[in-house]
Structures are given as structure tokens and as C-alpha cells.
Design a protein around this ligand. Sequence first.
Ligand SMILES: *Cc1c(COP(=O)(O)O)cnc(C)c1O
Length: 357
Amino acid sequence: MLPHDKLFIPGPVEVSAKTWAAFSRPMIGHRSEDFRALYRSIHPRLQTLFGTRQPVFLSTSSAWGVMEAAIRNLVSRRVLNCMCGAFSDKWLDVSRRCGKTAEPLQVDWGKHIGAQALDNKLATGDFDAVTLIHNETSTGVMNPLEEICTVAKKYPEVALIVDSVSSFSAVPIPMDELGIDVLLTGSQKALALPPGFSLFAVSEKGFARAKRQTDRGYYFDFLEFKKNQENDMTPSTPSIAHIHALASKLDDIFTEGLTNRYERHAKTNALVHDWVRRTGFDFFAEEGFRSKTLTCVRNSRGIDVAELVRDLRAKHHLVIDGGYGKIKGETFRLSNMGDETGDTISHLLASIDDSLP
Ligand SMILES: *Cc1c(COP(=O)(O)O)cnc(C)c1O
């Protein structure tokens, strides 16, 4: 690989040489038997990762494409957008721009979405869909998915749409068991693939909803994805390079083993947490709801975050994030997504120590 600055920002993350080699494989036709064999070969492993018996779809778009699609395909009456940070907050605006009636369930940045608050909202009977970001990447909050799903199950008329862009494959998310109606993820974060691609699955309830929606459009029509997947194909020409890279990544994931992968993320995350405590910084996310894939560090020492980011890059060729949106400079974020190990995270932390004032 070309010499480069290594990304520890919470997406895109570092892409391995092996993944890049797969990404640059010779092209094949998207209606060819080769393509169908490729999709067929990855599909069972995708279903395992999603924890679903439903088909898993490949979308040539970043995650926002599928996030918008979920609104267009599933919402007919009124959607409740659970909001706790930059990505989840934006979903309200996206819902409204899709012409839907949308309402926020907002908590302060750094806090989690509470199951009881959700229950109270859904009990009004006003909603037919809920959006939730499992791991809010801007604040480093991981929402209590099981509790939230347990509440959602009490309301069968409500469809549950879950974004797992920065948590997928790093922690278990058994879609069918949890009763999730749309589970989506992007390529460039937890999966450590190049950006520009996403994956999603839809429940039977989700498909039934889509059938009744008359304005779901074409490119992201869930029923088109379903019809094409039955023949191991995608509705339009996909980014075939991404699918080759995904196949390679699935080999990595299943060679490592899911349990080992989850444990590796827990371990590297704990290294960062120990470092935060040792260095006298604080966490932005409240205790008990901290992400396993990234850490949003509260700049309680009042350092010049931009200076740290610059120094780390110039001296060590490592890139961290200096805080997102309104918490830029008040926080910085360290990612342990993708292929990072105890060694690479320890190296990152030692380098930050060296660059700290
Ligand atoms: C990055 C991110 C997105 C948006 O992904 P794009 O690839 O920019 O569309 C959505 N949700 C979460 C939780 C993210 O971290």
C-alpha cells in the first residue's frame, strides 16, 4: 500500500491491503453468472451477521440513501425520530424532506434514548414507525437496543428502523429476534470497507408496508431489491468492487470468528477507556451507554484539540477526529472499529501521549 496517514476517525476507517486487493479485482458483468455466484456466496454469511432469515440487500449508496429509503418505503402516517446526536437528529429533517409527518424524541447529546420515554410516545398511538440509531457516532453513545426493541414489540403497528452503521459486526445485533423491521449499515465504518456502499435487510412487516406505499420511488424501492435478490442480483448496476471487497471482509470476519471479533472490539475499546481515565480526560457519553466501537472524549483538560490532531498527523501519521458539529473542540473521537487490535490501539494511545501538551 502507498505510505499514508492511518485513519482512527470514526469513519471512514483504515482499509486493509487485503481488502484493497479484492476491491481491484477484474470487473464482471452484473447480470452474469459470475455475479450471481458472488452474491450467492456471500448471502448466507450476511444473513448470519444480520441475525436474519430475510434477504440481505446490497445498495450502491452511502447509508443515508437507505436511511431515506426506509422512510419512503415504511412510513405512511407519522414517524417518531429518536434523537441523541448529529446523525440521529438529522433523520427528523430527512423524514420531513420526504414529505412525512415526523416528530422528535430528543434527548441531550451524550445521553441515551430511554425505553420508558419511547413507550410513553408510542402509547399515544400516533406513530406507525420509529427511527433509531443504535450507535450515535457523533457522541459515542450506544443506545440500549434490547430494551428499546422490547418496548417496540408491544406496538405491532409500529415499524422499527435501526441504523447500525458504526456498530454492525462489532457487537451482536440479532435482527429477527429483536423484531427490527429495517436494519441497515454502511461500508466505511464498522466493516472497514471503502465508502459508498451499504447493506440492509427488511422484515415481512416491512415488505407489507412497502407494498402499500405508492410513492417509494425506484432506486430504493425495497420490493425491487427483493425481486432481484431472488435471482441473486441487484436492481441496478452495483459497485461490484465493493462486493468483491465485502466477500474478502466476510472471509476475515468468519475466519476470526464472531465471538472473537466481538471480544476484540470490547478489548480495544477498554484500552481506550483506561487511557481516558489515566490521562485525566472524561467521557462525553454517560456511563453505562458508551459505545464499544469509538470513544468520544470530553476535553476536560481544556487542551487545544486542533493542535493535537495536527501534531499527531504530522509526527505520527495518525488521524483522529477533533469533534463533530457543535461539540468540535470540546471533544475528540478515537475509533477502534474495523481491523484494529490491542497493538494498533496501544500504538495510537502512546502516540497521543507523545503529542499531548
Ligand atoms: C456515518 C454515519 C451515517 C451516515 O453515513 P454516510 O455514509 O455518510 O451516508 C449514518 N449513521 C451513522 C450512525 C453514522 O455513523
